[in-house]
Design a protein around this ligand. Structure first.
Ligand SMILES: Nc1ncnc2c1ncn2[C@@H]1O[C@H](COP(=O)(O)OP(=O)(O)OP(=O)(O)O)[C@@H](O)[C@H]1O
Length: 256
């Protein structure tokens, strides 16, 4: 059974004077535990598609199924990691990571210990009582990931989560996030403009073309790369081959 299914998605934004078709004929199946990246030129509808998958906007046509059930409204089963960490500055790190569980009314001693343990596994020791401003950007993104995983979402949407970080921190976080999601067998969709990041982290890369956004091509990541953690995958010759292939395709899609 496919975990996430998109069937014939089309979306048109209507204003008083215009209609913009952001997405057309999007059909896609994602398996449980699969990591899929969306790449494409600016304006090809990646953000619109994430919002549709999350149930935040209803497509003009087509449907989204999560475990065979239609997604018709904002889903609790979907977790987010965004470019900004959106931690509450007036709450401690512990309060921030337990907030989702509190809101869901599922916070108990076991869940609290499990979440604090995940924080430590992320290499964050003795920060529970700190406030977000006391942490670096990379640390805050790790806290954001713990907060997202705490409520055990079925599907994770990663919308350019590393784009505000310096290169070294970004590479380290790619490894950490990838290992963590594999360990919990989480299904994830990453939106990125970074071809290297997409190859290093994904099982499959979907390349979109724009105006309207459609699926141009799909690139499975070779198993030789998948056997390695993201950083090590970057040193494999097949990494460069795939990078060049996607780069050429992407260039052909960019407006002159
Ligand atoms: N609220 C809206 N009203 C009208 N048009 C919109 C709206 N949101 C997006 N669009 C249009 O839909 C198309 C897809 O936009 P979207 O933001 O989904 O693309 P994107 O791939 O995420 O872009 P980027 O990579 O630049 O973030 C664009 O032409 C955009 O101008």
């Amino acid at each position: 059974m496919d975990f996430l299914t998109l069937k014939g998605i089309q979306h048109t934004y209507f204003t008083v004077s215009s209609a913009t078709t952001a997405l057309k004929d999007i059909s896609l199946e994602v398996k449980e535990g699969e990591f899929v990246s969306f790449l494409g030129p600016s304006g090809c509808g990646k953000t619109t598609l994430l919002s549709i998958i999350a149930g935040l906007i209803q497509p003009t046509n087509g449907k989204v199924l999560l475990e065979n059930k239609p997604v018709n409204r904002a889903e609790n089963d979907i977790g987010y990691m965004l470019q900004q960490d959106y931690l509450f500055p007036w709450k401690t790190i512990e309060e921030n990571i337990l907030l989702g569980l509190k809101i869901n009314r599922s916070l108990d001693d076991h869940k609290r210990e499990q979440t604090l343990s995940l924080l430590r596994q992320m290499g964050l020791q003795n920060v529970e009582a700190d406030y977000p401003k006391q942490l670096s950007g990379g640390m805050r993104q790790r806290v954001a990931l713990v907060r997202t995983l705490a409520t055990e979402p079925k599907l994770l949407m990663l919308d350019e989560p590393f784009s505000a970080l310096d290169f070294q921190t970004k590479l380290k976080l790619e490894d950490l996030v990838s290992n963590t999601l594999k360990r919990f067998n989480k299904t994830a969709i990453l939106v990125t403009h970074d071809i290297g990041e997409a190859i290093a982290m994904s099982d499959r890369i979907i390349l979109f073309s724009a105006s309207p956004g459609t699926i141009h091509k799909s690139f499975p990541v070779p198993s030789e790369l998948k056997k390695r953690p993201p950083f090590a995958a970057r040193n494999h010759p097949l990494f460069n081959d795939l990078f060049n292939l996607i780069w050429k395709e992407l260039e052909s899609l960019e407006p002159e």
